[in-house]
Write a protein that binds this ligand. Structure first.
Ligand code: THU
Length: 139
């Protein structure tokens, strides 16, 4: 399933809208229902209005009625780094980690940071966001 998720993320990377940073990001989330939802970063001429790929993928899933995310694959391409430069392992930013936290069990959620279908690092959300604040904290 990791490979399929990475393929989905790679397949939407060209839709990334990143004319300002030149840093294209795409994500694909796998939900409880077994469905996959993709998202890309969408930048804005008013810079802070831009949205990350992971947040967009989560928002798309939740908008379709999903409430639980099992895993997420993240890929990127740095247009400014020039031709032939390899994209790195893209780690989700702090805001994206917190957005994921809302709809996942941190011990269970697998975050797949991929360069390609067979070259990736995998960590749990808990490893990336220890001692997190979540919905249970308000119960
Ligand atoms: N970006 C993401 O889409 N996800 C991340 O986790 C890190 C950063 C985007 C935001 C912005 O459009 C570009 O990458 C450069 O920061």
């Amino acid at each position: 399933m990791n490979g399929k998720l990475i393929e989905n993320a790679l397949g939407s990377l060209d839709n990334s809208y990143a004319p300002y940073s030149g840093f294209n990001v795409a994500a694909a989330v796998l939900t409880d229902s077994g469905k996959i939802y993709t998202g890309v970063n969408v930048e804005n001429s008013s810079y802070p209005a831009g949205i990350c790929a992971e947040c967009n993928a989560v928002a798309k899933a939740v908008s379709c009625g999903e409430r639980k995310i099992r895993s997420i694959a993240i890929v990127s391409r740095n247009a400014k780094a020039g031709e032939g430069s390899e994209g790195g392992y893209t780690s989700p930013c702090g805001i994206c980690r917190q957005v994921l936290r809302e709809f996942a069990d941190p011990k269970e959620l697998k975050v797949i940071m991929a360069k390609s279908v067979d070259d990736y690092k995998e960590m749990t959300l808990e490893e990336l966001l220890p001692l997190s604040f979540g919905p249970e904290s308000l119960a």
